[in-house]
Design a protein around this ligand. Structure first.
Ligand SMILES: NC(=O)c1ccc[n+]([C@@H]2O[C@H](COP(=O)([O-])OP(=O)(O)OC[C@H]3O[C@@H](n4cnc5c(N)ncnc54)[C@H](OP(=O)(O)O)[C@@H]3O)[C@@H](O)[C@H]2O)c1
Length: 339
C-alpha cells in the first residue's frame, strides 16, 4: 500500500450558505496504515445527503459537527482492500461513513456494514439504502395513504421524494408532486408516475395546490419546510397527516422559522410527525423487501444523478440546494470491481 495515495476534501472554514472556494481544500495524503482491528476500504460511490451540509455548521445534531481540518463526512459504499480485522475480508463490499475521500479506515462498529452477495453498489445508496428506507417509513408509518386520498410530496424529483410519491401511488392514492421547474415536473409525471406536478418556481403555490388538489390534501410528505409547508398547511383535509422528513429550505442558514399556518393542524384535527430513519435501523430489511418486490414487478423506478471524482463532491453537495439533481445524488470515486 506504500505508493497508494488518498485524495481528500477537508473542511477549512464554516460555510455561509452554499460552499465557496476557500471553505474546503483538496489534499493528497499517503494511504493510511491500518492497525490491528482495522480495515482499509477503497470508496466506490459517495451518497450526497442534505444532512452533510448541516454537519458543516457549528451545531450539534444527531452527529457532532465536522471540525475544521477534518475530511467532510458522508455515507458511501466501497470495497475492502486490506484488513487486520476479523469482521472484514478483502473483497467485501461495505457501506460506511466514507467521507469526501478515496480511501477510508474502518473498524468493527455500527457505522460499517458488510453487504452480502452480489450487489448493485449504486442502488445501495439510493433505493436500497437510507434514502429508500426514509421514503418507505415516512410514507407508510406516518403518511399511511389510502385508496382515493390525495398525497402531496415536495422535492418530488429528488431522491427521497421520487420514491415516496411512488410508494403512495402503490397504496392507491392520487399523488401530486412539487418540484422546481417544468423539466423536473415533466420527469415527476412521466418517469416517476405521479398524477401531476406543481412547479413552485412558477409562483402562486397556494393557487396551484387548489387547482391540483380539489379534494384538499390528506397526506403531505415534506422534504423542504418553509413557504411550501405553509401553503400545504393551508389546504389540509380533515384528519390529514404530515410526515416531516426534512427542511432543506433552511439548512443553509440553520435557522428554522416555524410554520405560520400551524393552526390548521387544530382546525383539521391533523397530525404532523417528524422522524429520523436511523431510528428504524432494525426494520430496514422490511423496507427493502417491499421496495425490491415493487421494483421487480416494474412498479418502482429509481434514478441516480452521478458526479465524477472526489473533487466533484462539493459541487454535488451544493447541487442539492440549487436543485441540480434528479434522483439520488452520488459521487463516483472509483469503479466497482466487476462481478
Ligand atoms: N428524516 C430522515 O430521516 C431523512 C433521511 C434522509 C433525508 N431526509 C431529508 O429528505 C429531504 C430530501 O433529501 P434528499 O437527499 O432526497 O435530497 P433530494 O430531494 O434528492 O435533493 C434536494 C432537493 O430539494 C429541493 N430544494 C432545495 N432547496 C429548496 C428550497 N429552498 N425549496 C424547495 N425545494 C428545495 C431541490 O429540488 P427542486 O429543484 O425541486 O427545488 C433539490 O433537488 C431533505 O430535507 C433531507 O434532509 C430526511
Amino acid at each position: 500500500m506504500t505508493d497508494l495515495m488518498n485524495r481528500q476534501i477537508l473542511l477549512r472554514r464554516r460555510p455561509q450558505g452554499l460552499l465557496q472556494p476557500g471553505d474546503t481544500e483538496a489534499v493528497t495524503a499517503p494511504a493510511p496504515e491500518i492497525a490491528d482491528g482495522e480495515a482499509l476500504v477503497r470508496n466506490t460511490y459517495l451518497g450526497i445527503d442534505a444532512a452533510v451540509r448541516t454537519w458543516l455548521n457549528d451545531q450539534r445534531g444527531y452527529l457532532p459537527p465536522v471540525q475544521l481540518g477534518e475530511v467532510i463526512r458522508a455515507a458511501g459504499v466501497g470495497e475492502v482492500i486490506a484488513s487486520r480485522c476479523d469482521a472484514y475480508a478483502v473483497g467485501d463490499v461495505v457501506t460506511t461513513l466514507s467521507g469526501f475521500q478515496e480511501l477510508v479506515v474502518v473498524r468493527d462498529d455500527l457505522y460499517t456494514t458488510v453487504i452480502p452477495g452480489v450487489v448493485d453498489q449504486l442502488a445501495m445508496l439510493s433505493v436500497y439504502g437510507a434514502t429508500g428506507a426514509t421514503a418507505y417509513f415516512g410514507m407508510t408509518d406516518i403518511g399511511k395513504p389510502r385508496g382515493g386520498e390525495t398525497v402531496v410530496v415536495s422535492a418530488a424529483a429528488g431522491a427521497t421524494g421520487s420514491l415516496a410519491g411512488q410508494i403512495a401511488k402503490l397504496h392507491g392514492a392520487r399523488v401530486v408532486g412539487i418540484a422546481g421547474g417544468p423539466k423536473k415536473c415533466e420527469v415527476v409525471v412521466n418517469e416517476f408516475g405521479f398524477d401531476s406536478c406543481i412547479d413552485y418556481q412558477a409562483g402562486d403555490v397556494p393557487g396551484q395546490l387548489k387547482e391540483h388538489c380539489p379534494q384538499r390534501i390528506d397526506v403531505y410528505f415534506d422534504n423542504v419546510g418553509g413557504p411550501i409547508l405553509d401553503a400545504v398547511m393551508g389546504r389540509l383535509a380533515p384528519k390529514a397527516r404530515i410526515a416531516l422528513c426534512g427542511v432543506i429550505s433552511s439548512y443553509l442558514t440553520g435557522e428554522h422559522p416555524g410554520p405560520a399556518n400551524y393552526v390548521n393542524l387544530l382546525a383539521k384535527s391533523a397530525l404532523m410527525q417528524g422522524f429520523n430513519t436511523l431510528d428504524q435501523w432494525g426494520r430496514f430489511e422490511e423496507a427493502f423487501a417491499s421496495l425490491k418486490r415493487w421494483e421487480s414487478e416494474g412498479k418502482l423506478v429509481h434514478r441516480e444523478h452521478i458526479f465524477d471524482g472526489v473533487e466533484s463532491s462539493v459541487d454535488a453537495l451544493n447541487g442539492l440546494f440549487t436543485g441540480a439533481n434528479i434522483g439520488k445524488t452520488v459521487v463516483r470515486i472509483s469503479d466497482p470491481t466487476p462481478v
